[in-house]
Design a protein around this ligand. Structure first.
Ligand SMILES: [Zn+2]
Ligand SMILES: [Zn+2]
Length: 147
């Protein structure tokens, strides 16, 4: 997992190495990781989703968008973009996978029998494994902050 501060440093580094007069910012998207804003020469990444990416995944997302910036909007994800992206070291696909719910959940607990529970918000009060409870075993769930 990464931090916003790290992501911004890394973005400035990569954009500085490959582009001229382009800037970086965060956006609030939840359904896509990155975006290339050709008009105002800006690359943005989702402040929500980058937190669930590994450092190499952030690099890949940035290279994907930098390739867009280099070849222009008309190229789309066509051959020119693919060639440029590969030259930069991008190994992913035409779309950057959005981290799934499992990776996005901040709180996780596992009962002694291995049943996993995920929560987006800090769980309040006591919770027991509901699967084991059906069999008459009461295992208290201890949620850990994965961030
Ligand atoms: Zn793209
Ligand atoms: Zn269980």
């Amino acid at each position: 997992m990464t931090t916003l501060a790290w992501t911004r440093r890394r973005a400035d580094e990569l954009i500085g190495a490959h582009l001229e007069r382009w800037s970086f910012d965060f956006d609030h998207a939840r359904t896509r990781v990155g975006c290339c804003h050709y008009g105002d020469r800006r690359i943005t990444l989702s402040r929500h989703l980058v937190l669930y990416l590994t450092a190499p995944e952030v690099d890949q997302a940035l290279l994907h968008e930098i390739a867009h910036a280099l070849v222009g909007a008309k190229a789309g994800h066509g051959p020119a973009w693919r060639k440029q992206a590969a030259r930069l070291g991008y190994t992913g696909r035409r779309t950057i996978p959005v981290p799934d719910a499992r990776r996005q959940a901040r709180w996780a607990a596992r009962c002694p029998r291995g049943h996993e529970y995920l929560r987006h918000r800090r769980p309040s009060g006591k919770a027991y494994c509901s699967i084991c409870a059906k069999a008459g075993e009461w295992h208290l769930l201890r949620f850990e902050d994965r961030r």
